[in-house]
Ligand binder design. Structure first.
Ligand code: ATP
Ligand code: MG
Ligand code: FE
Length: 345
């Protein structure tokens, strides 16, 4: 079954072709970062308009790259939420129109299910059940996963998401948006141990997170170092380092706790922050002690992309799920409302 996947929930247009027998055939991505950079964040209306411009050319591109014809496509999956409503509507309308024209089914996919299943695009796939750490720009969640659509939320951030904390720290250090990769690069040059940032909520039981206090701590440290002048390069690197270490340590502690609580030995990490090299290394190190294994997507599939939507959609379309006649997107959509899938592909 050959599935076209469209991702347009935010500021990335992602398109991919996934075949349930042959795997990922092609994927293409256009990031709108340059469009939004002067505003310091994503402007919803500009995002929608650019999805309108980019989606069809990217579809042509993946069809060409995969060497298939449109008549080979068996279904179209698109992100139906959560996300920016206008951006979601562009993907949904295009996907449903194409599917209707081609006489194939379409299906709206949950964006976070897409992230969660992205590690399945790798040659080494995790087996159910596992714990998923979803760390993206808008979400920080620990989820128990017993199969596709069988999700139980164990804990989440009570305020900022981890990615959001990276982005805000980047801003304080004068780095562009999205800040995660920039902060990580500065942190590499930072000296460990100069600042000791708090590890939020690790001493409290439970699996929730909070990153807004860390943000304030970063802001105060920046102000103290700067005084009346500018931050020195050394201060910037050391602050980035201390911030990254605090986030990584917090995430690692909670992941271990979730595995112990659920008596599981497999952890899956997904979402933009899961591209972070230090987080990967520290998790691997900590979980080795627990005889647990960690799986994550290739860096390009950690942030938003069409491949994860094509994959998640393919599993559900293969099991017979299709869109109803009513076109609907859901800017807010709790993942535990998803329908469980009996037949996982
Ligand atoms: P959501 O999926 O919750 O709706 P989103 O789609 O905006 O949010 P993603 O595209 O999954 O989020 O991830 C983007 C986030 O990942 C940004 O906050 C970015 O700073 C962060 N990020 C990307 N690479 C890294 C990295 N190497 N280290 C830390 N953070 C990173
Ligand atoms: Mg993005
Ligand atoms: Fe995302």
């Amino acid at each position: 079954m050959l599935i076209l996947g469209l991702e347009t929930s935010c500021d990335e247009t992602g398109v991919a072709l996934y075949d349930t027998e042959r795997g990922l055939l092609a994927h293409a991505l256009f990031s709108q970062v340059d469009i939004h950079v002067e505003y310091g964040g994503v402007v919803p209306e500009l995002a929608s308009r650019d999805h309108v411009r980019k989606t069809l050319p990217l579809i042509d591109e993946v069809i060409h790259e995969a060497g298939v014809s449109v008549t080979d496509i068996d279904g179209v999956a698109y992100t139906a939420g959560p996300g920016l409503v206008g951006a979601l509507m562009v993907g949904a309308t295009l996907a449903r129109s194409l599917a209707w024209g081609w006489g194939v089914p379409s299906l709206g996919v949950h964006h976070m299910e897409g992230h969660l299943l992205a590690p399945m695009l790798e040659p080494e796939r995790p087996e159910f059940p596992f714990i998923a750490l979803l760390v993206s720009g808008g979400h920080t969640q620990l989820v128990r996963v017993d199969g596709i659509g069988r999700y139980r939320l164990l804990g989440e951030s009570l305020d900022d998401a981890a990615g959001e904390a990276f982005d805000k720290t980047a801003k304080m250090l004068g780095l562009p948006y999205p800040g995660g990769p920039h902060v990580a690069r500065l942190a590499e040059k930072g000296e460990p141990g100069r600042f000791d940032f708090p590890r939020p909520m690790v001493n409290r039981p439970g699996l929730d997170f909070s990153f807004s206090g860390l943000k304030t701590y970063t802001l105060n440290t920046v102000a103290a170092c700067r005084g009346e002048g500018e931050l020195s390069e050394r201060d910037r690197c050391d602050i980035a380092r201390a911030f990254e270490e605090a986030v990584v340590a917090t995430l690692v502690i909670k992941c271990r706790r979730a595995l112990q609580q659920e008596k599981l030995h497999t952890l899956v990490m997904a979402g933009g922050v899961s591209a972070n090299a230090n987080l990967r290394a520290e998790l691997k190190r900590a979980l080795a002690k627990e005889r647990a294994e960690v799986f994550y997507p290739a860096p390009v599939f950690c942030t938003d992309n069409g491949a994860m939507i094509a994959y998640a959609g393919a599993q559900r379309l293969l099991a017979g799920q299709v869109d109803s006649a009513e076109a609907r997107v859901r800017p807010r959509w709790p993942m535990d409302e998803l329908q469980p899938l009996e037949r996982a592909g």
